[in-house]
Design a protein around this ligand. Structure first.
Ligand code: 13P
Ligand code: SF4
Length: 297
């Protein structure tokens, strides 16, 4: 199967972009693995004709917006992000009416239609810089209320938060962290900002998925509690067998990220199926806040 994928990848002039949460066997065939910001940058720059995006739907949409002339294929079209689905363009339009004059900062975990109603996008790795760059005192932050709360706290600035959240990161309850800290008192706690504020408050560092991987790579510390999807914990444990990594809970799994498999990658390369294409009128508007974000980060 691996040979067939490599052969077809060459024939189609395709590049395989893979998010850090994907299954190990899918990460192993990646041309590039990364967090949302890194993957957006890659999608904007690649010379390939085809992008096979192993992630969730909004990530493939972002790739299609940034590279409209390329075919973007998502191995499993049902791999959505429940947080992204917690706000629609209609809801954001209404929210803007209720808060006139506000600048809209939207997390990249959102649909293309929502981005089209946005002033500037952000990811988990640049949210603080993006919010800091906005010169308006009135800022709507959507859809992740937890990332918004984190930015609010760091910048000591009140934001108008949409009530969205990630069901996977909300499973990392503060009591689980406290339990792990009791068991492993010397462990550093690294957390993703999609966790609830009470969980984030217990962290030594608040980082994106790649941020967590890079932090461990540079650290001389031997023990870590990892507050994000468990693929990161497994990857770290395999990469550093002499160090110890503890998940906050075994429940921290994103079922949508796990839907992409090698069989499905092969299938889309064979049939050029499962294309994610953002309609031109939406893409033309959605690219503006994404470009603004890429310019400042
Ligand atoms: P990163 O950009 O940190 O990889 O986060 C993406 C995501 O969906 C986390 O749940
Ligand atoms: Fe969406 Fe959460 Fe899965 Fe990330 S982990 S893709 S935010 S559901």
């Amino acid at each position: 199967m691996l040979n067939k994928i490599l052969e077809l990848k060459k024939k189609r002039n395709a590049v395989i972009l893979v998010h850090n949460y994907q299954r190990k066997e899918v990460r192993d065939i990646a041309d590039f693995t990364g967090d949302s910001l890194e993957l957006s940058r890659k999608a904007a720059k690649t010379n390939a004709d085809v992008i096979v995006f192993c992630g969730v739907h909004f990530m493939a949409e972002t790739a299609s917006i940034l590279s409209p002339e390329k075919k973007v294929l998502l191995p499993d079209l049902s791999s959505g992000c429940p947080m992204a689905d917690m706000i629609t363009a209609e809801q954001l339009i209404q929210f803007k009416k209720e808060n006139p004059g506000a600048t809209v900062v939207t997390y990249i975990n959102s649909s293309a239609a929502v981005k089209a109603e946005t002033d500037i996008c952000c990811t988990s790795s640049n949210a603080i810089n993006v919010v800091k760059s906005v010169k308006n005192d009135k800022i709507i932050f959507c859809p992740d209320r937890n990332l918004g709360s984190y930015a609010q706290k760091v910048l000591n600035k009140k934001l108008i938060l949409w009530n969205g959240f990630c069901p996977t990161h909300m499973k990392m309850l503060p009591e689980y962290v406290i339990e792990q800290k009791k068991k492993h008192p010397n462990a550093k706690f690294l957390v993703h900002p999609e966790c609830a504020p009470e969980t984030v408050a217990l962290a030594d560092e608040v980082l994106s998925t790649t941020g967590i991987l890079n932090y461990v790579a540079k650290s001389s510390h031997n023990e870590f509690i990892i507050g994000t999807e468990n693929e990161i914990t497994f990857k770290l444990q395999r990469t550093y067998p002499d160090k110890n990594f503890y998940p906050v809970t075994d429940l921290a799994v994103c079922p949508n990220m796990k839907k992409n498999t090698l069989e499905k990658v092969l299938n889309v390369l064979e049939n050029m199926s499962n294309e994610v294409k953002v309609p031109r009128d939406i893409a033309d508007r959605a690219i503006v806040p994404i470009r603004r974000m890429l310019e400042i980060s």
